[in-house]
Design a protein around this ligand. Sequence first.
Ligand SMILES: O=C(O)CCC(=O)C(=O)O
Length: 218
Amino acid sequence: MTIAFQSSLFDAPGAAPRLESLAGTVRRIVLSDGAWLDIRPGWVANSDELFERLLERVMWKADTRQMYDRVVEVPRLVSWFGSSLQLPDPLLTEALFTLNGYYRAPREQVFETAGLCFYRTGDDSVAWHGDRVGRTIDRDTMVAIVSVGAERTLSVRPKGGGETRRFPLGHGDLIVMGGSCQRTHEHAILKTKQAVGPRISVQFRPRWSSAIHDRHAE
Ligand SMILES: O=C(O)CCC(=O)C(=O)O
């Protein structure tokens, strides 16, 4: 796939991507109602190379979903790797193991799957939603997102209404949504009119959890 990509000023050309340490470098932001976010800027060093590898290796597909009586194309390309599938890059496997080692979460919150989104331009987006566990969302679940490529903003707001908080994600950043976040809050990558380059996000989730987008138009 050919795509215009502005490489970062911080990466040495051709430098291999690697994970930096998590210990002592993760900042926790406490939201309301038991929800929290952990942020680790620049967790993946030399992430340009990872962006390029994922762009080439992943079988990106244009997904569709039912929106009332219509089938609509989702405004991003996607790919999904279940717990029995090999991830498309060894660095993602390392990231998954490292996150599980760091969080030591209860069995049902251990990261096992990876969903990938490819946002080609500022017109690509993901609408407001909270992820589900199985058919419902009555349990807490963690979602960890690694972002590579251009910076985009993850917006987060309480489900019942309230302040929207915005977290710019780019260049190898990690954000983890935890506690009650998927039950009590919604998140989105909103469209932008600014000229932004392409971005890939990798979302690690426990086996039973999935992103469900049934409430809002994209
Ligand atoms: O791309 C992102 O950072 C968020 C993706 C997301 O929320 C989802 O696919 O459910």
